[in-house]
Design a protein around this ligand. Structure first.
Ligand SMILES: Nc1ncnc2c1ncn2[C@@H]1O[C@H](COP(=O)(O)OP(=O)(O)OP(=O)(O)O)[C@@H](O)[C@H]1O
Ligand SMILES: [Mg+2]
Length: 128
């Protein structure tokens, strides 16, 4: 690999979930789902993450895509810090990142035609 900008650079990523309880839904505790994760992925590289159930793999993925808001840390995509991008700016970058779910029966809506499934993201991003 050359000294090019990494495709993805995650630095000190932290995600804590509040645990709420009682009738007033007060914060009664904190789940430290992800606590200080850093890694880089270069162009053409693949990164695998392995760990026991509940260790935070999915939370890392969701936080990178900003599907959950990171508690702290930073995410750089192609050299651009996307950690604090607003919704409109983020939409542009969502085109270059996505989760691919393993189970096609859960991922593809059986009530939609194949054409609609392929067409929806093109329409959302105003591409066609
Ligand atoms: N929305 C949430 N609110 C509170 N706690 C959560 C939430 N989502 C995940 N967690 C907790 O965060 C921790 C990490 O969960 P996560 O789903 O990231 O684990 P995982 O490594 O993907 O597990 P698996 O291998 O089972 O998919 C777990 O303790 C989980 O219970
Ligand atoms: Mg998971």
């Amino acid at each position: 690999m050359t000294e090019a900008t990494p495709l993805l650079e995650v630095t000190d990523l932290v995600k804590h979930y509040a645990v709420r309880g009682g009738v007033l839904r007060r914060r009664v505790g904190t789940v430290h789902a992800v606590d200080g994760v850093s890694f880089t992925v270069g162009v053409g590289e693949t990164l695998g993450m392995v760990g026991e159930s509940g260790c935070g793999k999915s939370t890392v993925a969701r936080a990178i895509l900003r599907l959950v808001e990171p508690t702290s840390g930073s995410i750089q995509l192609n050299g651009l810090d996307i950690t604090h991008l607003g919704k409109a700016d983020l939409r542009e970058h969502r085109r270059s990142m996505q989760i691919i779910f393993q189970d096609p029966f859960a991922s593809l809506n059986p009530r939609m035609t194949a054409g609609d499934i392929v067409g929806e993201p093109l329409s959302v991003h105003g591409l066609a």
